[in-house]
Ligand binder design. Structure first.
Ligand code: CTP
Ligand code: MG
Length: 174
């Protein structure tokens, strides 16, 4: 059980790193380019908002891919089915994160407002769907392990965001 959870965590690590990298990267850059180009949707609200930038997107894909390739070269610790899988997981995570912001804006939440569940799990679920669509269901997968991974992800997401807030990388503690 613990071994399977550890394998699953190593497998999803590229998605975690992809999701986390844009926070310090955007902070260092200070000025970033919004993916939606500042445009609004049919409802008058921003399509995605300033929290989704090209710089963040590319840094996330690069960071997640890099950590995954390191795991792959270190004896395939993530048990990826291909050396490309970390990149697929990272791209999936960024798609999920962007899609989450799209949903948040449509329901009227401003950039940075809390969307419980969506903020912590949207990126991971889409990353897993995208990788499963390409490579099939990973071997660690079973409903119990999946449930554990979701719970661990929520805890890790909230705690790392709180640390980022203490480090002044984020304006809000969640
Ligand atoms: N970020 C970025 N580009 C991305 C994703 C994230 O520049 N594609 C940076 C932004 O500085 C963003 C921060 O990482 O503010 C935190 O990301 P996130 O919590 O996803 O964004 P929020 O600002 O909370 O915006 P939203 O409400 O749209 O989730
Ligand atoms: Mg947020």
């Amino acid at each position: 059980m613990l071994g399977k959870i550890l394998s699953a965590l190593l497998y999803v690590l590229p998605a975690y790193v992809a999701n986390a990298t844009p926070v310090p990267f955007a902070k260092i850059l200070k000025k970033t380019t919004p993916i939606d180009g500042g445009r609004s949707a049919w409802d008058g609200r921003r399509i995605l908002g300033d929290g989704k930038s090209w710089e963040g997107l590319f840094s996330g894909i690069a960071g997640g891919t890099l950590i995954g390739v390191i795991l792959y070269l270190a004896g395939n610790l993530g048990r990826f089915r291909s050396i490309s899988e970390p990149m697929i997981l990272s791209v999936g995570a960024m798609i999920g994160d962007i899609f989450g912001s799209f949903i948040k804006r449509r329901i009227g939440l401003e950039r940075g407002e809390l969307a419980p569940g969506l903020d912590q799990l949207g990126f991971l679920i889409i990353a897993l769907i995208v990788s499963a669509a390409i490579y099939g269901v990973p071997d660690w997968f079973d409903p119990m392990i999946f449930a554990c991974i979701l719970i661990i992800t929520v805890i890790l997401h909230l705690s790392t965001n709180f640390i980022a807030y203490l480090l002044k990388l984020k304006d809000r503690p969640y």
